[in-house]
Design a protein around this ligand. Sequence first.
Ligand code: PLV
Length: 322
Amino acid sequence: MAKPFHLNTPLLESISMSKRVGTTVYLKMENSQPSGSFKIRGIGHLCQQLARQSKGVVCSSGGNAGMAAAYVARKMGVPATIVVPSSSPQLVVQRLRDEGATVKITGRVWDDANAEALRLAETEGLTYVPPFDHPLLWQGHASMITEVADSLGPGVRPGAVLVSVGGGGLLCGVIQGLKDVGWTEVPIIAMETVGADCFNAAVKAGRVVTLADITSEAKCLGAKTVCTKAFEYSQSSELTIISEIVTDQEALQALESFLDEERVLVEMACGAALAPVYSGLIRRLQDEGRLPTPLGPLLVIVCGGSSVNVKQLADLKHKLQT
Ligand code: PLV
């Protein structure tokens, strides 16, 4: 098998987060992947399977799937076109260009950009790289859980996993990984922001639904419709998936606290997964009996993200305060 593009990332114990939730918190540091997020796991795997002989790849993205596709394509010597919506910040457009990709800005939200990527794949004969809805992506993402199992060693398993949901690819990958290592009884807390909450909306409706618009600043969670597989998992009696939402303010506060305490800068999409630790949600879920007390080690998937820098953070803070 070809050497993967992703790295085996560190699993760090966070003293300050452990203090906050009253149980050991482990951070799977996917922010330290080349391309800045977990996306490279699935996209690297998918491109190795589907894009070897390709005349070029085209990926629709809020930013991070595009960063992964551009990185992988450059390493494979294949041209990459990344289609992003106008809501993706300029800094990520620049980072994509620095990776050597051709960037096309189409529409206002990811769903618009995706329609254009599908059109380009068809008309230009390019290999379409989906950001979250493909079994090869989930298979690639699953490797992060196998690594966690290796890092924790025999006999240790998480009490719960915290993960953010955009289109649901990360969630499907984490579940695939939990299945692979025999941890299907571990509860999963699936986090979204208000206004980018297509999974929560589907769980509440009991069917896949399409949001009217994306109003959250967590643009990389901004798919209007969650993938069917993620919804199917939410209906499975073999799994415990707790779908929760936080406000943009809570996600921002979480990423600021994370920056202060862990000295790592991540984007809003990741802030959503960190928020339950800082907002008291974990303790509330325990009080409500939805998570066990005492809780075993809490595994937080630090999904990362490139759509952030100090200026972007300051702008966001200003925007969300006014
Ligand atoms: N971002 C996708 C989809 O955007 C993208 O194109 O980059 N954390 C980070 C840092 C992300 O970038 C994403 C997805 C997620 C979490 C959620 O992953 P998903 O989409 O697989 O649930 C519209």
